[in-house]
Ligand binder design. Structure first.
Ligand code: HEM
Length: 481
């Protein structure tokens, strides 16, 4: 028998024993939490949940079992789903719940040891340093970059369409735009014109489909033995390559050749806080990644909804045209930031409310503790759940949570999104310019579903053509004035 087979055998046996030990030690209250039966003996709900289109499982279970219920992960690992308003607030604001150890190792592989891997005092210190370049004043100073980029995209697309209409995948252009926006504002670096391999690597990492057995089994082991994530794999290779390419950009930024705007503030803040060079590089990489991927996803989801709701699209365009007529100019940063266009503001808020692109916020308990609830556990009428250390707690991005007024799109608590103000202004800049100049329509005969993909985000796929990867084909036409 080969050494690797023996190693896998030992790991499997240890995992099964440790799961059995967890079950045995589990507080009785967790065993009493209601939940759906697992469709697979060994994989629990993991495979089914990862393969199902977004929104089709959690919403149904919440109706049946209430907002707090229990699922099974691979090898009988209990997962507590907390959609209760008081419960989720408690989890997100309390230091007894930390980011998943395997997520932290994965994020360290992605970005290096920065904000995404830190907890407690270390996280607080890093966050204080990184908050400095994200003030409204700094965002205003760099807002022209997004305006210039979207104008460039508008002109390029306008020329290709020659006044007519075309069907094309809108995701790639928007991803490139948001990557350029963050890299140019934060780092004075234009990735698109640099022939860099960064966009291709990002694409490979974030478009790798979830729901594959070959991913679920290792990630089940990784939750107990995070070191597994460091073993050779295509994902690890892409991450290493990405880190070295982004690292080269980051080191250039940190050498401080150019010093203006947000870039200078980030630089000064990192140097004043005496951040070690490898941590500074990790912070820069993390911001580049988080700043491009999430914003692109939420913008493309908005275009999809515009295509499905022509009435809303027309109303938004009318507001934009009326604004231009009344003011003799296009909306500026101040107009967008101060919500001077009420319908654009409503479209933005509604997109943020309904399109959380991070599918779930996972926070395992760091110690044995109790989660208070507003709505009692179904069937047993109890207003709290006892959890033991390492119990995996998931807050899913789903309709019933939003219906209670919790917009968790940017998370909440001490780890709330660092770039939310930046993202909101960028969203409004891109959506207002593109919708003013182009119309979007669904493509007849194509149905789209949204799936959980690698990188824990949501991406669209064409039904029946899922193997082609993430894409959002829409019919785009030029608006004639
Ligand atoms: C619409 C766009 C965006 C969405 C939906 C989004 C969503 C989120 C969410 C849900 C979290 C919390 C994760 C958790 O609790 O574990 C988060 C964290 C974070 N986001 Fe964003 N984000 C967006 C844009 C951005 C941008 C533009 C940047 C940077 C310029 C950014 C940088 C970060 C960073 C650094 C964190 C980690 C915060 C910490 O751990 O303290 N995000 N984001």
């Amino acid at each position: 028998m080969s050494t690797s087979a023996v190693l896998v055998g030992i790991l499997a046996a240890t995992l099964i024993l440790s799961r059995w030990w967890s079950w045995w030690r589990a507080p009785p209250s967790l065993a009493k939490v209601p939940g759906p039966p697992a469709p697979s003996l060994f994989l629990g709900h993991a495979l089914d949940l990862d393969r199902a289109p977004i929104g089709t499982r959690h919403n149904k279970w919440a109706r049946e079992y209430g907002p707090t219920y229990r699922l099974s992960g691979p090898f009988w690992e209990p997962r507590l789903i907390v959609g209760d308003p008081k419960g989720l607030n408690h989890v997100l604001h309390n230091q007894d719940f930390e980011r998943n150890a395997s997520d932290r190792v994965a994020l360290e592989l992605f970005f290096g040891r920065g904000l995404f891997c830190a907890e407690g005092e270390e996280h607080k210190k890093m966050r204080k340093c990184l908050n400095v370049p994200f003030t409204n004043q700094s965002i205003q100073q760099v807002s022209h970059v997004s305006f210039d980029l979207v104008e460039r995209l508008k002109d390029k697309r306008g020329q290709k369409l020659e006044g007519g209409s075309l069907v094309f995948d809108v995701t790639s252009e928007i991803h490139r735009l948001t990557l350029d926006a963050i890299s140019m504002t934060m780092f004075m670096y234009d990735i698109s014109t640099s022939n860099s391999d960064i966009p291709t690597l990002l694409h490979k990492i974030t478009d790798s489909p979830a729901g594959k057995l070959s991913d679920i089994i290792p990630s089940a082991f990784a939750s107990r033995f995070p070191i597994i994530l460091r073993l050779p794999s295509p994902m690890k290779r892409w991450c290493d390559d990405l880190r070295s390419s982004l690292g080269a950009v980051a080191r250039n930024v940190l050498s401080g050749k150019e010093a203006a705007g947000m870039h200078a503030k980030l630089l000064n803040s990192l140097s004043e806080s005496e951040v070690a060079p490898d941590v500074a590089v990790a912070q820069v990489i993390g911001i580049l990644f988080a700043g491009s991927e999430m914003t692109a996803n939420v913008i493309t989801e908005c275009f999809y909804e515009m295509a499905r709701n022509p009435r809303i699209q027309t109303r938004l365009r009318t507001e934009l045209i009326e604004f231009e007529v009344a003011h003799g100019r296009k909306p500026t940063y101040e107009d967008l930031a101060n919500s001077s266009l009420p319908y654009l503001e409503a479209v933005t808020q509604e997109t943020m409310r309904t399109k959380a692109v991070l599918t779930e916020l996972s926070r395992p308990a760091a110690k044995d503790t109790v989660i208070p609830l507003q709505i009692p556990l179904k069937g047993i009428n109890v207003y709290e759940v006892e959890v033991q250390a390492r119990t995996l707690i998931d807050i899913p991005a789903v309709d019933w949570i939003r219906a209670q007024g919790h917009v968790l799109t940017f998370g909440d608590g001490p780890k709330v999104c660092l770039g939310r103000s930046f993202a909101l202004v960028e969203f409004k800049t891109v959506v207002s310019t593109i919708v003013r100049n182009f119309t979007f329509a669904e493509v007849e005969g194509l149905d789209l579903d949204f799936y959980h993909v690698g990188g824990n985000t949501i991406k669209p796929m064409v039904r029946g053509r899922e193997q082609d990867g993430a894409q959002l084909p829409l019919r785009v036409s030029v608006v004639s004035d």
